[in-house]
Design a protein. Structure first.
Length: 201
């Protein structure tokens, strides 16, 4: 059975945030660079992260310019997804899902914020899902959280964690923040929040 190795949780200063800190260097990958820009600026290869990821070969890099993007799924492919450092990169009301990496494959995600959907669709409202990865996942300078809205049209929102990790061999998170979403009842005088990360083997 696959087991999750070397995942260190450190309670952050802003509860219920959890910080994962490991003083290591992210592994480098060699390959082509895809420039992703939601505004379609000069030199852009794609305006959608998913389109770029689908078109990229294993080992390529997605260099992401500042903007707001949709969900991203990485399925059995080595990729680097990195913000270019000139402004925030946000996957809004979306999910980052990395799954089925083979042994020797690796995914690096750096400088990306993911805001989950505000809905009771529990599977798709979790900001980060890592499933069945034999290869390594490296997360750096990323934030994963969900919104806590209360409205008459949606009086109950089930609580969800900031990340769910299942059947993964190796996950490293450096300077990353994870926050679970509160269970909200507009008519009951209480609520609760799930942990930032739920990990199982």
């Amino acid at each position: 059975m696959s087991k999750l190795l070397s995942l260190t949780l450190v309670r952050g200063a802003l509860a219920p945030w959890l910080l994962l800190c490991m003083p290591l260097a992210a592994p480098a990958l060699a390959g082509d660079v895809w420039v992703v820009d939601d505004d379609g600026g000069v030199g852009t290869d794609a305006t959608s992260l998913q389109v770029a990821a689908d078109g990229a070969l294993s080992g390529d890099t997605l260099l992401v310019r500042p903007g707001v993007y949709g969900a991203l799924e990485i399925d059995g492919k080595s990729l680097v997804v990195v913000a270019d450092g000139t402004g925030p990169v946000t996957l809004d009301l979306a999910q980052l899902w990395i799954h089925d990496l083979a042994l020797g494959q690796r995914v690096v995600v750096r400088g990306v914020d993911v805001v989950g959907k505000a809905s009771n669709d529990l599977v798709n409202s979790i900001p980060l899902q890592l499933n069945s990865n034999q290869g390594h996942v490296w997360l750096e300078d990323c934030t994963f959280y969900n919104t806590d809205p209360v409205s008459p049209g949606n009086p109950v929102l089930a609580s969800v964690p900031g990340a769910v990790i299942t059947n993964c061999i190796s996950v490293t998170a450096v300077r990353c923040e994870f926050r679970g979403r509160k269970q909200v009842y507009t008519t009951w005088p209480f609520s609760w929040t799930l942990p930032g990360i739920h990990a199982t083997s």
